[in-house]
Design a protein around this ligand. Structure first.
Ligand code: ADP
Ligand code: MG
Length: 291
């Protein structure tokens, strides 16, 4: 039987992520507690492409850091590829971070080796992998080519624009063959055109490699470009979007989280009447003021 040619294929098994009642509490230097996540339940399937959308301070980065094993939850469980990472040893967490999970942060392009080429940066990003894993991956040149960056190969980083650097940072992040890509506001410092290229790259690894993607953004326009978006509101799952359309979600306690655009009509504490109609159920806010 012929062994597969080294680096010939890069078809990954997308990694699943599951949150069960996740609570995250930070203790500040002043000694008081900040509850960043208050009971998050979430199921991300292998190969999903998901945006976490929400205003600043809603808990998006906290959730992403938990997925990557950078933080441990105060309570609840986080399953990455079926493994509960909230309780595993530090050494196993290290393996998770170098093998299964890739992270791309805002402004990551600034952290590359500026005297090196993109190929050398990809090579460097793979340093933590063992030889056998490295042999299964496409060469840095092949990877850049598959990501549509052939024209960047060979050029020194120091000659590149911010958008080009961020693209190389993306290639370096996904170069280890991880099945889960976590990207925290990866487009926030880019021009409109560079932003579109970055989103297309994210779609590309999801489509062609099968990588599960979780993208954090505060920009509804970017979230709408993903097949699934999850709105985080005040440390909880707010609503769910599919290809830019927003839906309410029913949680474990039967509470319905209404989409953002209806929040004004249903302020917290509103009595809601449910009226069965032929097509479904009508939600009607009850006016108790008597007027
Ligand atoms: P987002 O990414 O949506 O802007 P974060 O996850 O960064 O939100 O933050 C959620 C909440 O947790 C905010 O109230 C923030 O101030 C707080 N927070 C985040 N990191 C820390 C920390 N290291 N120490 C204390 N509070 C924090
Ligand atoms: Mg953030």
């Amino acid at each position: 039987m012929n062994a597969p040619a080294p680096g010939a294929v890069d078809r990954r098994t997308g990694v699943a992520v599951r949150c069960i009642n996740v609570v995250q509490i930070y203790t500040t230097a002043g000694g008081h507690d900040v509850v960043a996540l208050r009971g998050v339940n979430l199921d991300i399937r292998p190969g999903d492409a998901v945006a976490l959308l929400g205003p600043s301070g809603s808990g998006k980065s906290t959730l992403l850091s938990l997925f990557g094993g950078v933080l441990r939850p105060s309570a609840g469980k986080i399953l990455v590829d079926g493994q509960d990472i909230s309780r595993i040893r530090e050494s196993e967490l290290g393996r998770l971070r170098s093998g299964k999970v890739a992270s791309l942060l805002q402004g990551a392009g600034r952290n590359l080796l500026s005297y090196a080429t993109p190929e050398e940066n990809v090579e460097f990003a793979r340093k933590a992998l063992d030889v056998a894993s490295r042999r299964r991956l496409p060469s840095p040149h092949e990877l850049l080519d598959r990501l549509g960056m052939a024209e960047l190969a060979g050029r020194p980083m120091s000659s590149m624009s911010g958008g080009e650097r961020q693209r190389v940072a993306f290639a370096a992040a996904v170069s280890s063959g991880a099945g889960l890509l976590l990207a925290d506001e990866p487009t926030s410092q880019l021009s409109h055109d560079d932003r579109d290229v970055m989103i297309e790259l994210i779609h590309r690894v999801n489509r062609e490699f099968g990588t599960t993607v979780v993208l954090v953004t505060h920009d509804p326009e970017i979230a709408a470009q993903m097949p699934r978006s999850i709105t985080i509101r005040n440390g909880r799952i707010g609503s769910e979007g599919r290809h830019g359309f927003d839906f309410g979600v029913v949680d474990e306690d039967g509470a319905v989280h209404i989409p953002d655009e209806l929040a004004d009509r249903f302020p917290a504490g509103t009595l809601v009447q449910f009226e069965q109609t032929e097509g479904g159920v009508l939600l009607r806010p009850v006016d108790e003021s008597g007027s």
